[in-house]
Design a protein around this ligand. Structure first.
Ligand code: FDP
Length: 327
């Protein structure tokens, strides 16, 4: 489709290819873009209106919640819950499943999100992002159940992220390629800027927090050494969406492995690793936990952590081999 096509038109045309489509899904995605625009506006003016800084409470993982995290969480809830397409929501910012309030009609999907990822970067004006995924519910009662959320990543019907950087971009997949849209602030629309993104099969970037090197096991240590000696260059923002987005476009590998300090890595399976792995597989890349594809893992709880190695397929395969040989 023509570069500059609005996201709404792109979604409507995609919907027309499926005569059985009800449009529910399209309207849900349109609402997500509304949330993205509101959060983007707030992120951009954050420094001006003193929305930054700790709110003085901790989230379910004991981390300080900053005002903007809460704002992003509330914005997504406000924009997606009334649509009638959802039965429940899970978020990094909420300990338990959020049931769609009784005043709204219930729908056939559940929504999972990390409403504002990379929060330690908010105060220093570095790119942050939102990550989301949509699953079809599997339960049939009047409320969402845990089973609706604890589905393997392959069951995702949509995954995406929004990066609030030098421009705001939304990148998503519904299983038919990965498409990127850049927000034109002048007209308040996301316009097609990157159609059918495919990650290079090998890249020159490796992204890992080398501050954790003392806790790495031999497999990771030898892979990183090999990457370095093989001429790769290090790039690590410490904001997952930013590191992922750069590597998706340029090629490369991102690793947040298990180590002696964090036995299950740091990142969350349901609303970080799984959505990004759906996107990377659709872009012809790979996402693994060190042993198996992330998309094959069945979560056993909402906020489960998982090691993540994700990026260009040949680079991820090389890391995989290195881990396998170190066993
Ligand atoms: P943050 O703690 O700032 O929210 O998801 C958590 C995350 O950021 C990711 O965005 C990022 O990739 C990772 O943690 C960075 O962790 P380290 O500081 O341990 O490298």
């Amino acid at each position: 489709m023509e570069i500059g096509t609005t996201l709404t038109r792109f979604l409507l045309e995609a919907q027309r290819k499926y005569p059985m489509a009800t449009g529910d899904f399209t309207s849900l995605l349109v609402q997500i873009t509304t949330a993205a625009k509101i959060i983007s506006r707030e992120v951009n003016k954050a420094g001006l209106i003193d929305i930054l800084g700790y709110q003085g409470v901790t989230n379910v993982h004991g981390e300080s919640v900053q005002k903007l995290d809460q704002f992003a969480n509330d914005t997504f809830l406000r924009t997606v819950c009334h649509t009638g397409h959802l039965i429940g929501v899970a978020s990094e910012e909420m300990e338990n499943v959020y049931q769609i309030p009784g005043i709204y009609p219930k729908g056939k999907y559940v929504f999972v999100m990390d409403p504002l990822d990379g929060s330690s970067n908010i105060d220093v004006n570095i790119s942050i992002g939102s990550i989301f995924a949509i699953y079809r519910r599997v339960s049939t009662g009047s409320e969402a159940t845990m089973e609706d959320f604890l589905q393997r990543g392959r069951a995702q019907v949509c995954a995406g992220y929004i990066i609030y950087g030098s421009s705001t971009m939304m990148v998503y997949t519904t299983g038919f390629g990965v498409h990127g849209f850049t927000l034109d602030p002048g007209i308040g629309e996301f316009l097609l800027s990157h159609e059918d993104i495919q990650i290079p099969s090998r890249g020159s970037i490796y992204s890992i927090n080398e501050g954790n090197a003392d806790a790495w096991d031999n497999g990771i240590r030898s892979y990183v050494e090999r990457a370095r000696k093989g001429g790769k260059t290090a790039r690590y923002v410490g904001s997952l969406v930013a590191d992922f987005h750069r590597n998706l476009l340029k090629g490369g590998i991102f690793l947040y492995p298990a180590d002696h300090k964090n036995k299950n890595g740091k990142l969350r399976l349901l609303y970080e690793a799984s959505p990004l792995s759906f996107i990377i597989e659709q872009a012809k890349g790979q996402g693994i936990d060190g042993h198996q594809p992330i998309l094959d893992i069945v979560p056993d709880r909402l906020h489960q952590r998982v090691p993540l190695i994700i990026g260009s397929p040949e680079d991820v395969e090389e890391a995989h081999q290195s881990l396998r040989h170190s066993l």
